[in-house]
Design a protein. Sequence first.
Length: 578
Amino acid sequence: MAAMRLFTSLRLRRAARTHFGWRTLRPGQLTAMRALVKGRDTMVVLPTGAGKSAVYQVPATLVPGPTLVVSPLLALQHDQMAALNERDVPALRAVRISSAQTPKQQAQALAQVRDGQARLLFSTPEQLASPQRLAEIAALGIALVAVDEAHCISAWGYDFRPDYLTLGPAIRTLGSPPVLALTATASPPVREDIVASLGMRRPVVVVGGLDRPNLFLAAASCPTEDHRWRRLLALLAERTGSGIVYVPTRRAAEELAARLVEAGHPAAYYHGGMAAGARQTRHEEFAAGRVPVMVATSAFGMGIDKPDIRWVAHMALPESPDNYLQEIGRAGRDGQPARVLLLHRPEDVGLQRFFSGGTPAEHDLLYLATGIRAGVRTRAELARHTGMPARKVTSLLSLLEQVSAVAVERAGALRLPAHAPAPAQAARLALAQAQRQQVVQRSRTDMMRQLAEAHTCRVRPLLGYFGEQLDHDCGHCDNCARGTTAVPAARRPGTVRPRGTGGPRPATAAAGAGTVAAPGPADLPYPLHSQVRHRHWGLGTVLGYEQDRMTVLFDEVGYKTLSVAVVRDNGVLAAEAA
C-alpha cells in the first residue's frame, strides 16, 4: 500500500514538473491529487491563491479520458483556459462550451474533445441542465468532474446558485466519474450539502491552510455612519494600491462610490443589477488597475484573479463567517502584507435579518407538490404550470427533495418517490425544514457578530467556525497587536445565547484574579469534531476551542458558543456514541 502511494506521488510530481514546471506540490494538493488518480471523490477547501486549480489540472494529464470542469463564470473559465493553452501542451489543451458561443463553435469544441485534441472541457452548470447537451458530453467518456466554487451548490453557501442543484443528477448521467469539489470557504454545513447534492461517495476531504498570516485583521464598532465614513477615509489615506469596499446593498455601492470620487478617491461601483457588459468592463478595469477602489456588493469577487489587492474593507457586518472569509481572501494573494478592516454597527444585524428573508409560503410549496403529484416532470413545466420564476421553482424543489416529496432523476427529470408524503404534508414538512435552516442562518450571523465584537484573537474563532483548530493566538489581528487576547476571569463567559435563537442566558463565572489560559488537550471535555448531544438543542459537532470557550454546531439550532467550565462541571453536553 505504501509502495503504491509512493508510486502515485512520484507520477503526480513528475507530471507537475514536466507540464507546469512546479518542483514541489503542497501537502494538501498532493493528498487530493492522489485520491483523484485512485478514483476517489474528493473535496478540497483551501484559501484563495492556494493552488486549488492545480488539484484537477495535474491529474487531468494522467486520468484515461477528458476532464469536465464546471465553473460558474465565463470570465473565470477564460482566465483558466488561457493559462492552460499558453503552455502549448497537448495534455493540457482546454476548450469550453458556453451560451456566448454559436452552435457551430459549441460543436467544434465538443469535437476537439471527442477527437483527443483537447483534454479539458469547461462548462457552466446551465449548459449541463440541457438534456441534449448533457447527452453530448456523456458520449465523450468523461473521466473526472471538477466542480469549481462548489459552495454555490449549498443554500448555506456564500453565493448559492440554484443552477448548481442540477449537477448531482448530471454527474450520474455522465456515469458517476470521480468528482472533485473545490472551494475557498466551506463550513461544515456547506460541506455536508456539497457531498449530498453532488452524490459524492465517501469523499476524501482536504481542509487546511485557511489562516493567512499576511492578512492583518481588524474590526471597529462605529457609533454613527459618519464615524464609519471617517474610518474608511483613514484607511484609504494610509494604504496604497488596489482595494475593495464591500457594502450590503446596490444603492449603497452606487452612493458610496460617488462619495469617494467627490472626496478625491478614484472609485467605481459594482453590483449584480448592472448589465453583463458593464460588469465585465468593471472587472477588467479593476484587474488592470485603472480603477483602484471598487465599491461592491458580495456579487463582486468570484473570478477576480488579481494578486496585489492590498486591502479589503467591510462597511457593514457580513452575513456570515463564510462570506467574510471568502471576501477577505481576495486580499494579499501575492503573499505580501495586506489589511482587512470590518466597520460594523449594531444596526447591521437587523439588516442581515432582513436580507435573510422569511420562509417560503406554504401555499407555493403545496402548489409545486400538487403539480408533481399530478405528473409534471420537469422544472420548466412546473414553472409554466405554477407561474413561478424558474429560480424560485428550483429553490423550492430543493426543500421538497429534502423531505422526500420529489426525487431528481438523471438529466434533471423529476420523479414522485414511492412513499412520498401527500402534497399538504409535503408542504408542511418542507416549510419546517426551511424554518430550521433560517434558525441556523441566524446563528451564522450571530457568530459573525461575535467575531466582530471579540476582544480576543480574531483568527482562532474564525478558523474554529470552519473546524480548523489554531492552538495559539494568530499574532496578525488588532486584538493580538493590542495584547487584549487574554480573557479576564471576572469576565469569563458562561453559556452564550445568540440573539433570537433561544436557549439559556449568559452565566456569569465567579470573579477571580488573573486570566484564563487556553485549555490544553487534557482539559478539553470533548475531542475536536466529536459528536455531542444537548438536552434541548439535540445533536451537535464540536468545531473548536478558543480561550475558555468552545464552539458547537447543532443540527437543529446552528452555532453555539459555550463555556468550557460550564460544560465540564455541569454536564451540559453528553458524548454521542459513534
